[in-house]
Structure formats: C-alpha cells, structure tokens
Design a protein around this ligand. Sequence first.
Ligand code: BEZ
Length: 201
Amino acid sequence: MRVRVNAASPFARKVRIVARETGLAERIEEIETTVSPIAPNKELAGANPLVKIPALLLDDGTTLYDSRVICEYLDAAAGGRLFSQGEARWPALRLQALCDGILDAAVLTRYEVAVRPEASRWNEWIAGQRLKIDGGLSALDEAQPGFGASFGIGQIGAACVLGYLDFRFPEIDWRARHPRLKDWFAQVLARPSVRDTTPRA
Ligand code: BEZ
C-alpha cells in the first residue's frame, strides 16, 4: 500500500500514527505530497477527486479517502483495536469528530493567514474559527478524564490537534487553560508513533 501524506498535515498525521500503532507502517510507503488550496496537485487529483491528503492507494488500484475512512480501514486490516466496538464506539467516533472539527477550523485559519493576501484577510471569519477551536478544546478537556490509558482513534485525533496547535499556532496557549490536556499530551509525546510523526514544514 502507498499513502499520500504531507508532513505538516494533521489529518495525514492521524493516518501515520494509526499505521504505526497497528504495526502496518512497514507495509505502507508514505509519499510526501505537496498540497495547496489554490494550485491543485494534478497527481493527487488523479487519486482523490477532492485533491486532498491523506489518500491511501491500495494494491488493486483503488484509492481510499478521507482520514476517517483510511484509519478505520487500516485498523480493520490489523484486527480492529483502535476503534471501540459496541456502545463505546459512539463516544470514540464523537471524539474523533470533535478533533477533526477543531482541525478543520485550525487548517482553514492557517490557509486564511498564510495563503490569502493580507489585504483581503477577513478577521471576523478568523475570529469565528477561533471560537470553534476554543470551544472544541474545552470539550476535549472535559472528555480527557475518560481517556484512561487507552490510545484509540479519539486520543490519536487529540494528539494531532494539540501537536498541530503547537506547530502552527504557538500563540494559542492551550496549556495554560487546560492543564489536564497539558499533562496528558506530555505523556503521549513519549509514544514512538507520535514522536516519529512530529509535524514539519
Ligand atoms: C499546513 O502546512 O499547516 C498544512 C499542510 C497540509 C495540510 C494541512 C495543513
């Protein structure tokens, strides 16, 4: 299998962590792929009509996207440990959705600030996204006591959220407002899957 990723992307990072946590990483070639919201990558468009990473290229020629589908596919291929079953599945999927929503707001803000010409920047829109990030972080903090020792799909999403905020938004001092998340993330940073996938430009 091959997977198109970008070392800065938190959504690609979810997949890269799942690949490592499931023991499948050695069977998956990671292809570093340049992405831009204004200059679509033609090669990527051939694999994913939405021109987004991550995109998993299966050996039979089909492609899977988005990160949620790829993560669940890899977990199922490895025996299914990272997605809870039964009643516990819904809180796990909701936690993943919460983290993906925070990441959507953060990545859109990143594009607004880094790609859009400064003269046409829309500060009210940026403030609206920031409210989603802050509200999402508060909900994540409330959920944290329920994490226990597990590192399933919801916790993987949380690690990607906090890592991306540190990487692109160091001015958001989430540790000061959420000491529980601070302590949890400090422990999670010791995991090889998380260390090996530290975001870089
Ligand atoms: C970033 O550079 O922050 C980024 C790159 C790819 C996807 C999402 C974010």
